[in-house]
Design a protein around this ligand. Structure first.
Ligand SMILES: [Zn+2]
Length: 429
């Protein structure tokens, strides 16, 4: 098949190490948890030694923090390595970058949620390992990266960009939606019938499913995988998506600087990419170490998400022994300003989780704060008075009388820079 050939050729030129990474990851996929942790310990020591030798930042940081690599005897000793905060990472980007002469480097950049961009170089081996780890996830669904796929991302392209995008899409056997306008959307759905997988922002996957259901369009039956990235997947999204495609959205969790962290298996559990990263849960917060990226070592990095790991002995019926990430709860750090005092934005997560659990009310929500002491709760669904009362009760349980708020129902949620966020605030800026 032509697309497989194009893919293999492109991979050979761009990522020569990928074949080897894929073979390794297919083998390690069936390892025991002990074998995986042995490998992690070995790679941890390796990356620590490398960082100390070639990264001016880490050499200095380890010395100032009185950390020495000889303190690492077993995997839990990782807790002795000092934590790198996001602030520290952003302020020291140049010093973190390793001085070692790599054969091949790629530019990587991320815009970041607060608008502070990060730019660094990723060595080819690390880039290949990361891709191979993602494609291993695909293989769990019998999907090949060169299979025909539909992609949902932001759209607002200029004409030139549109041409470039179409060309790149063609090479990757990919097509995307350019508009939700009736004719163009129907054309997209028509193309979907030949696709094997469908991926992109989960809010857009949901939007598409909703339109398919509303307009009574013919369902594509060939899809093997629907993958959501970068955003929270609401339970209500799943109902709509299942109705449209007969499949649920599976999640892939990761970040540009950490690489892929977890991939959901067909049994519905997110398995950690243990060969690529070490994940710790410290005070409900994720601390991640990338074991493969030497050019820009990311070691014990506080990525900024609240997570929950399953207990070490929890096993998945799919047979893979990689540890399970129970939940990615949400972003850390955004504050909600009450009339008096400050609250964590995590409260919204609890409010909506509680009403989903206790009242079986699944809502797509967005909370907006433009003034101190005031909130706007935007709800996509049209809910009745009784349901609004349930929501109000739950809001007041957390914020008591310390906030003035409005509940708007049956409204559109706002996407900023194409990306959906459940809490929008201009208070921290
Ligand atoms: Zn599993």
């Amino acid at each position: 098949m032509i697309y497989k050939l194009i893919f293999k050729l492109g991979q050979h030129l761009r990522n020569p190490s990928m074949e080897e990474c894929s073979l390794f990851l297919k083998k390690s996929e069936s390892w025991s948890l002990e074998a995986l942790e042995d490998y992690q310990l070995k790679k941890l020591k390796e990356i620590l030694r490398f960082a100390y030798a070639y990264s001016p930042f880490y050499r200095n940081y380890f010395e100032v923090q009185n950390f020495s690599i000889s303190q690492i005897k077993k995997i839990d000793d990782i807790r002795k390595v000092p934590i790198v905060t996001k602030r520290l990472l952003l302020d020291n980007t140049l010093e973190i970058q390793a001085t070692y002469k790599f054969k091949k480097l790629f530019k990587a950049s991320t815009s970041g949620s607060t608008g502070e961009g990060l730019e660094f170089s990723r060595n080819e081996e690390a880039d290949s390992f990361n891709r191979a780890a993602i494609f291993r996830g695909y293989s769990w669904y019998r999907v090949y990266p060169w299979d025909r796929n539909a992609y949902l991302w932001g759209f607002n392209f200029s004409l030139l960009e549109k041409g470039k995008t179409k060309c790149l899409d063609f090479l990757q056997n990919r097509f995307r939606i350019f508009s939700y306008e009736e004719k163009s959307f129907a054309h997209f759905v028509q193309k979907l019938r030949s696709a094997k997988y469908f991926h992109g922002y989960s809010s857009m996957l949901f939007q598409t499913a909703k339109l398919i259901n509303e307009r009574g369009l013919v369902l594509p039956k060939s899809l093997k995988m629907i993958k959501g990235t970068s955003e929270k997947i609401f339970d209500s999204y799943q109902e709509e998506v299942k109705k449209a495609f007969g499949l649920k959205i599976i999640s892939e969790y990761g970040a540009t600087e950490s690489g892929i962290i977890a991939f959901e298996c067909p049994e519905g559990n997110m398995h950690l990419n243990m060969e690529g990263v070490i994940v710790e849960e410290v005070d409900n917060e994720i601390i991640v170490t990338n074991l493969q990226m030497k050019s820009f070592p990311v070691i014990r990095y506080a990525l900024g998400d609240y997570i929950q790991l399953a207990p070490r002995d929890e096993v998945c019926s799919c047979g893979r022994k990689h540890r399970i990430l129970k939940e990615v709860i949400g972003r850390i750090g955004q504050n909600v300003y009450g009339i008096e005092g400050v609250y964590p934005s995590l409260y919204f997560y609890y409010i909506f989780k509680n009403i989903a659990k206790n009242s079986d009310l699944l809502l797509n929500y967005q909370v907006v704060q433009v003034r101190k002491g005031e909130l706007e709760f935007r709800i996509e669904q049209s809910i009745n008075e009784e349901e609004i009362r349930i929501l109000r009760k739950e809001i007041e349980k957390y914020f008591e009388k310390n906030i003035r708020y409005k509940v708007l129902v049956g409204v559109n949620l706002i996407a900023t820079k194409h990306k959906f966020k459940s809490f929008l605030s201009n208070m921290d800026s």
